[in-house]
Design a protein around this ligand. Structure first.
Ligand code: 5GP
Length: 113
């Protein structure tokens, strides 16, 4: 797959406010926040989208959710947050590297737009 901007973030090639990192994933502040707290959580493995998650990736994807729970506590998010993944064109996926948005710090309506 073509190198994405998120690969450059993993490789520390562009300045980014990283809030969490371990062997399998990295989380950083979104450059264009849609909420007072807007983090992007990604696997270090370059999986393009939900559609591209292979059976061998199950542990990685599970780890992302484990990490998000830890990050929420570390960030002091105690009133809830929304986790979003945009998969494909209709959902508005712009960066073709699997990622979860963690949004917090305000209320969120449902259904989403
Ligand atoms: P998508 O629409 O693909 O679900 O979301 C991609 C997200 O990545 C957007 O919210 C966008 O603001 C964020 N983003 C894109 N490029 C950069 C970047 O270079 N740095 C950071 N920190 N976030 C980025």
């Amino acid at each position: 797959m073509a190198e994405t901007i998120f690969q450059k973030i993993i490789d520390k090639e562009i300045p980014t406010e990283i809030v969490y990192e371990d062997d399998l994933c990295i989380a950083f502040k979104d450059i264009n926040p849609a909420a007072p707290i807007h983090l992007i959580v990604i696997p270090k493995k370059p999986i393009e989208s939900v559609d591209d998650v292979a059976e061998e990736d199950e542990a990685i994807v599970g780890h992302l959710f484990f990490a998000m729970g830890k990050i929420a506590k570390q960030q002091g998010i105690d009133r809830g947050y929304r986790v979003v993944t945009n998969n494909g064109r209709d959902a508005g996926q712009e960066v073709m590297h699997l990622h979860f948005h963690m949004l917090a710090g305000r209320g969120f309506s449902w259904p989403p737009g």
